[in-house]
Write a protein that binds this ligand. Structure first.
Ligand code: NAD
Length: 245
């Protein structure tokens, strides 16, 4: 069933998340404060490396499906368009103060039953839930970059998150072709599961380089050759920040 979805932030992640959910049949409104971000986000969806146009060229989507997805997707500077939605996925920069502020704001203004999901890379979901009067409807939904390609759906459940909220987001993620895994919020550690384990590896990779044992390029190459990863841990940190453009 098509849902009404809001995405807060049209940057690297928000624009990709909006694209995926529109392609999955939902009506999506993507809001950003920056007109440049909105224009860049829309351009990415239309003709970027992982956009709908490219998906059509590669035979992953028909032109008709891509057109229908674009019709369901709206990029707007009008934040009020987010308020009458079933779920809002927050994708503003990784600053806890900013996320708490936008969660407070969304809580005050969104429909009472709107689920508020965060694509934070690792902040405690319980902290965001505590900033609202709807802690049962707050959840983490961590995506990976590029959102249209990567299957990750790390669903982070705070102690207050309800079964209904979790089921709703798991269904949405599955319907969008992702592979949801529900995990517990662990407020004392940054990074949920994927980033905790990944950053442990990045720290060790950086230590190897610092000790002069190998260069960054050599570390990356060894990890690719040893584990068949598509890229090494150090190149990964550079690529993710730019949306692999
Ligand atoms: N880049 C990645 O690989 C990646 C992967 C997974 C999760 N994340 C997480 O996703 C979130 C967003 O990351 P990103 O890389 O897309 O950042 P980004 O900087 O590309 O985009 C963030 C957007 O949010 C907008 N914004 C800031 N404040 C706003 C507000 N109050 N209202 C509306 N829009 C606002 C900015 O104008 C910007 O366009 C972060 O929490 C990040 O940790 C990033």
């Amino acid at each position: 069933m098509g849902r009404r979805v809001g995405v807060l932030g049209a940057g690297v992640m928000g624009s990709g998340i909006a694209q995926v959910l529109a392609a999955a049949g939902h009506d999506v409104v993507c809001h950003d404060l920056s007109a440049d971000a909105l224009a860049a986000g829309e351009a990415n969806v239309r003709a970027g490396r992982f956009g709908l146009g490219t998906a059509v060229e590669r035979g992953k989507l028909s032109a008709k499906e891509a057109d229908a997805a674009l019709r369901r997707l709206c990029f707007t500077g009008d934040v009020e368009r987010l308020y009458d939605t079933d779920v809002v996925v927050e994708a503003v920069p990784e600053r806890l103060d900013l996320k708490v502020t936008v969660f407070r704001d969304l809580d005050r203004r969104c429909r009472q039953d709107t689920i508020l999901a965060s694509n934070s890379s690792g902040f405690p979901i319980s902290a965001l839930a505590a900033a609202t009067d709807r802690p049962d409807r707050v959840i983490g939904w961590h995506w990976a970059s590029p959102a249209p390609v990567m299957k990750l759906a790390e669903i982070v459940r705070a102690p207050s998150t309800s079964d209904a909220t979790t089921e709703f987001v798991v269904d949405l993620a599955e319907g969008a072709g992702k592979n949801p895994v529900v995990i517990k919020d662990a407020p004392l550690a940054w990074g949920y599961v994927a980033n905790r384990v990944y950053f442990a590896m990045v720290c060790e990779a950086a230590r190897v380089v610092q000790e002069g044992v190998a260069t960054a390029e050599e570390v990356d190459q060894l990890m690719i050759d040893c584990f068949r990863w598509p890229t090494g841990p150090l190149a990964m940190t550079r690529g993710a920040g730019t949306g692999w453009s």
